[in-house]
Design a protein around this ligand. Sequence first.
Ligand SMILES: Cc1cc2nc3c(=O)[nH]c(=O)nc-3n(C[C@H](O)[C@H](O)[C@H](O)COP(=O)(O)OP(=O)(O)OC[C@H]3O[C@@H](n4cnc5c(N)ncnc54)[C@H](O)[C@@H]3O)c2cc1C
Length: 247
Amino acid sequence: MAGPVLMPLGTISLLTLYGDNGTWSVTVYTSSRDAPVKALRDAGTFARVVGACPLQAHWLGGQPVTGVLPMAGITDRYHRFVVDGVPVATGFAAVGDAWACTNPSGGRGLTIGIIHTQLLRRTVRRHLGDPAGFARAWDEGTERQVTPYYRGQIAADHARLAEMAALHQGRPWTPPETPMTRLASAAAWDPGAFRALLATIFCLALPRDLLGRPDITDVLDRIGDKTPPPFPGPDRRQLLQLVTGRP
Ligand SMILES: Cc1cc2nc3c(=O)[nH]c(=O)nc-3n(C[C@H](O)[C@H](O)[C@H](O)COP(=O)(O)OP(=O)(O)OC[C@H]3O[C@@H](n4cnc5c(N)ncnc54)[C@H](O)[C@@H]3O)c2cc1C
């Protein structure tokens, strides 16, 4: 591995993952509105683009076990069964992906499902025999302990899509100034901030708990608005040359 597992690079992102039995995968993401880049479905185009990314090119050095597999139509889904504090359904609990799901590139769906299932066990233990009480407690616990991960992923995805759209259209891009974006930038410079970012990605801690920690607020103040160094790879013009095969 040379680059980060998930690396934003202009209007594409690259995800490199180890599998088992000596296998691995390379995924290139783009916006579904970016028509020319859909040519990545072609194996030769895919290899040209990944091969032009110095931190990922070596991942091509194997024997493919499949062709390029396109994946589209990723949905953001979120269900809630309490409205204004009143349950609209009792005797029912949506758990894991049946409750909410987002873009899988964060790799958190299984962890969130396990956290949610542990919450279900605790809530059933306390409210068995009280269907309305269960529904309210389940909703409250989900909103407090699990929904922040969903909201965080949605916010990150929206910001990244807005960045891709701006770069695609040649507009200037300024990232939204939020505590999480500041933490993500600080993670490029400070090991404590990096560990804190990983803790939220791995669902070991909620962002609000980390961002309130004095050591993290100190780091954020110290790093200020310093942005992460850019990753090496093709810019938009070079990417279009690679996908069209034209100089
Ligand atoms: C491409 C991709 C990559 C991903 N990568 C990762 C990753 O690296 N790490 C990670 O943590 N998460 C990842 N996820 C997300 C993760 O797979 C899901 O969040 C997780 O599987 C959700 O678990 P679940 O039990 O809630 O739902 P599911 O795994 O979808 O299980 C639901 C089960 O219910 C069954 N079912 C549906 N309807 C019925 C019915 N009527 N009767 C009986 N059975 C039914 C389905 O067949 C299925 O087996 C990825 C998802 C995708 C799509």
